[in-house]
Design a protein around this ligand. Structure first.
Ligand SMILES: Cc1cc2nc3c(=O)[nH]c(=O)nc-3n(C[C@H](O)[C@H](O)[C@H](O)COP(=O)(O)O)c2cc1C
Length: 159
């Protein structure tokens, strides 16, 4: 059994990054957790095979865009295609939103966090990436989060 099938449901976010040349990308993540109230820190786990991993090494900042249930299609597009070959924003019909404290853009969703990478280290087949939240955008306080188990299974759980 995969660990993702043992610990679930997990909220889903799009991690937005940018290359040093300024080309933005986004990838879906569900290996994520809050780790500190004040200051706010979040952790995500990113495979080194992701194009986003390369961006994180080049520009150590990211946006964490928490998705709601109705945004499943976005999670699928940003979580199956790679920014190596595709402009996922264009394919998804999503307009990148300019951030205030970081270079990567944000995505329209209930909550976006602008983060600076403060720690990035290999753990097994992923890298643990810890971000300090520099700026937050709470566009909706009440929403139904999109939840993930594994692969293409997004459990329909009412919260
Ligand atoms: C719902 C969902 C959750 C995912 N969670 C993660 C994750 O937490 N960490 C990770 O490395 N990849 C995760 N992935 C896979 C990446 O999103 C996927 O490989 C993506 O295409 C990488 O894009 P990139 O090459 O443009 O960076 C997830 C995919 C989906 C569909």
């Amino acid at each position: 059994m995969r660990i993702s099938e043992e610990i679930w449901p997990r909220p889903v976010a799009i991690l937005t990054t940018i290359s040093k040349e300024g080309r933005p990308n986004g990838m879906t993540v569900s290996f994520l957790m809050p780790i500190s109230f004040e200051p706010k820190y979040v952790a995500v786990s990113v495979s080194p095979r992701r194009f986003s991993f390369q961006n994180l090494n080049e520009v150590r900042e990211f946006g964490l865009n928490i998705l709601e249930k109705s945004q499943r299609k976005l999670a699928e597009i940003f979580g199956t295609l790679s920014g190596r070959e595709e402009d996922k924003f264009k394919i998804a019909g999503v307009k990148p939103i300019k951030s205030e404290a970081i270079r990567p853009p944000l995505i329209e969703c209930p909550i976006s966090l602008e983060c600076e990478v403060v720690f990035m280290e290999e753990f097994g087949d992923h890298y643990l990436v810890i971000g300090k939240v520099l700026k937050e955008h709470v566009r909706k306080e009440e929403f139904e989060p999109l939840l993930h188990k594994s692969g293409d299974f997004f459990p329909e759980i009412k919260v």
